[in-house]
Design a protein around this ligand. Structure first.
Ligand code: ATP
Ligand code: MG
Length: 444
């Protein structure tokens, strides 16, 4: 993907272009705003470096092409650029390493934005080998894929890999977590809106489907949308065109859809919460990812992978797993699957000074196993148990609702509804309200 540069200072533009070329990315230099606006396109640019002479361009680019990350540069304090939507601001004169580091950080893969290479995918167990075979076969086709599996089993990693192995790999990969966005905002998030469509729609904004034109759209937790949006989504999948909110004519979009769910989708259909016809559209190729406890041969290779990954990230020595630690990892039932294992290894790597990870490092502090066995006193209601479990989980993850919902095995929406219910009923103490109302860094 290219990196666009806009600055009236020709010298700065050419230095930046050289630096970018050295990192292996392709620079697209501009000294004129009009040229920049003519060419900028999320299909060819993942990052734009824009001088703060052009705060209006920063704002406009971010509004229209949300997936392009913007680095502001200039001699001011940067607040205007950051307010307009820049992800970073570098004050001139900055050092070459600084801009290279910022570009590296912005191009690191993360949920929701395009990155053409796949994520590392560790597979050793025969149960996963079969899934890899399916992925290889379906990736080059246009067929919709529905990935089902418990929370933390690697559904998103699989979706990225399907995109990376597909003919669309040089196109965008756009993800949207349908459980994390309030229902009222979902339609304009998915399909975009026209300027003036509603109060606050100051500029036209393209939705995720349009951003995914020529590439892949991941509908994460697809079972979480309401019936109105299910009907709209079905139409989009049938007609391959979208209607922006407030738009007059439909827009053709070329996308491949991958969706995920951690629910029993057939149960959702039986209960009347999910449309059968939408299910058939999404489920052309079903991929059922087994929980980690049903593919134990993956456990040690995954642990080794996370040790290497965390050591590299933290610039520390890799640690060795003792025989006892391996045994404990193999015996544990992993309710939070691969994500839980990653957390366990991360904790063991960071909190323990020695060179060896022993069994108490992987078992102690592993909340699920340490807490199981505690029996609540007779007379405790299910409602009280549920509430106390929700708050103890929220405390352990420092109020991060996305992670709490994952550990609890419920959707973010369900968690949010429960918290609202407690709060409406005046059932939240001051101490609880701190974890219940904190900002959630992953919710977007
Ligand atoms: N086979 C794998 N190899 C390497 N890393 C993996 C593998 N499976 C999962 N991971 C890692 O585990 C974490 C959880 O994976 P992922 O986000 O794909 O799970 P998920 O099934 O989408 O979970 P959720 O339902 O909660 O969204 C990620 O950090 C991911 O990189
Ligand atoms: Mg996921």
């Amino acid at each position: 993907m290219g990196i666009a540069i806009l600055d009236t200072d020709k010298e700065i533009v050419s230095i930046l272009a050289e630096l970018i070329a050295e990192t292996g990315e392709s620079p697209c230099p501009f000294t004129s705003k009009d040229k920049f606006l003519e060419v900028i396109d999320p299909k060819s640019h993942s990052i734009a470096i824009i001088s703060d002479e052009f705060v209006d361009v920063v704002e406009g680019t971010k509004q229209v092409y949300d997936s392009i990350e913007i680095i502001g540069i200039g001699t001011a304090d940067g607040s205007a650029c950051l307010k307009a939507g820049a992800a970073h601001y570098l004050k001139k004169p900055f050092r070459a390493e600084e801009i290279v580091r910022v570009i590296g950080a912005l191009s690191a893969p993360k949920t929701g934005t395009g990155k053409e290479n796949g994520s590392p995918f560790v597979v050793a167990d025969p149960a996963m080998g079969r899934i890899v075979d399916i992925i290889r076969k379906v990736a080059p086709t246009q067929a919709p894929v529905l990935i089902m599996g418990e929370s933390g089993t690697g559904k998103e990693v699989i979706a990225r890999n399907i995109h990376a192995l597909s003919k669309r790999r040089s196109g965008p990969y756009v993800g949207i977590n349908l459980a994390a966005i309030p229902e009222t905002l979902l339609e304009s998030e998915l399909f975009g809106y026209e300027k003036g469509a509603f109060t606050g729609a100051y500029a036209t904004r393209v939705g995720r489907f349009e951003q995914a034109d020529g590439g892949t759209i991941l509908l994460d937790e697809v079972t979480e949308i309401g019936s109105g949006l299910q009907a709209k989504l079905l139409r989009v999948l049938q007609e391959r065109q979208i209607d922006r909110v407030g738009g007059k004519t439909p827009i053709k979009v070329d996308f491949r859809v991958i969706s995920t769910t951690n629910r029993d989708i057939e149960e959702e259909i039986r209960a009347g919460r999910f449309r059968n016809d939408l299910f058939y559209r999404l489920n052309v190729i079903p991929v059922k990812v087994p929980p980690l406890r049903e593919r134990r041969e993956d456990i040690l290779p995954l642990a080794a992978h996370f040790i290497t990954k965390i050591a590299a990230r933290e610039g520390m020595q890799e640690k060795v797993l003792s025989a006892g630690a391996k045994d404990a990892l193999l015996k544990y039932h992993w309710p939070g699957n691969v994500r839980e294992m990653e957390n366990v290894i991360e904790r063991a790597m960071i909190l323990n000074e020695g060179e060896t990870i022993s069994s108490e490092h992987v078992v102690a502090g592993n909340t699920a196993s340490a807490d199981s066995g505690a029996v609540p006193p007779t007379g405790t209601t299910i409602h009280d148990m549920e509430k106390s479990l929700i708050f103890s989980t929220l405390r352990k993850v420092e109020g991060n609702r996305t992670r709490a919902a994952t550990l609890l095995g419920i959707s973010i929406r369900t968690l949010r509804n429960k918290l609202n219910e407690y709060s409406r009923g005046g059932q939240i103490s001051d101490d609880e309200s701190v974890v219940a109302n904190g900002p959630d860094p992953e919710e977007s």
